[in-house]
Design a protein around this ligand. Structure first.
Ligand code: SF4
Ligand code: SF4
Length: 163
């Protein structure tokens, strides 16, 4: 883990400190209801108590609906902490393969999945305009300027070395 990541984790631990484990966030989470793998309180607590990113990567299941944020009596933004954990995990090259492939697809074709002729036909039938084609040059600039390019390459390299 880099010094930078460690420093960010310390900031997240600080942000989560007022938590008194009431569990309202978890009982409000719609994802927890269908996938008990993500218990937002425990996902954050694991990092707060160990100071390490977890191997499980449960933070990636968060849909960022903000229900937990709205209901936390201590005003803790668990959703933002979970987003920050995703960013740290991706920066370390540990994003799940499904996410890495979606981002790679966005970089290559400007969408996380290619459009289908079926979708085009339906849009045509509904009188909707064609979906505009993204400019690959602009996407490249976006990736380079935000640092996303470096993170994508790191995750792809880690994935291919694991094969
Ligand atoms: S709702 Fe807030 S105080 Fe309660 S467990 Fe969740 S983060 Fe902690
Ligand atoms: S923001 Fe994420 S963790 Fe919070 S309630 Fe929504 S899905 Fe659950």
């Amino acid at each position: 883990m880099t010094d930078d990541t460690q420093k960010h984790i310390e900031e997240l631990r600080e942000a989560a400190k007022p938590c008194f484990q009431c569990g309202i966030c978890s009982s409000s989470c719609p994802i927890f209801r269908v996938a008990p793998g993500i218990n937002p309180r425990l996902a954050v607590d694991a990092v707060v108590s160990t100071g390490e990113l977890t191997e499980e990567g449960n933070e990636w299941l968060c849909a960022y609906c903000l229900m937990c944020d709205q209901r936390c009596p201590m005003g803790i933004s668990l959703a933002d902490i979970l987003i920050a954990l995703k960013n740290l995990s991706a920066a370390e090259g540990n994003a799940p393969i499904s996410i890495v492939k979606a981002v790679e697809s966005f970089f290559t074709i400007g969408a996380i999945a290619p459009g289908t002729t079926g979708v085009d036909r339906k849009r045509d039938k509904l009188g909707l305009p064609e979906i505009p084609k993204p400019d690959p040059g602009l996407i490249k600039i976006l990736f380079e300027r935000t640092g996303a390019m470096e993170i994508l390459e790191k995750n792809l390299a880690k994935e291919s070395s694991a094969e």
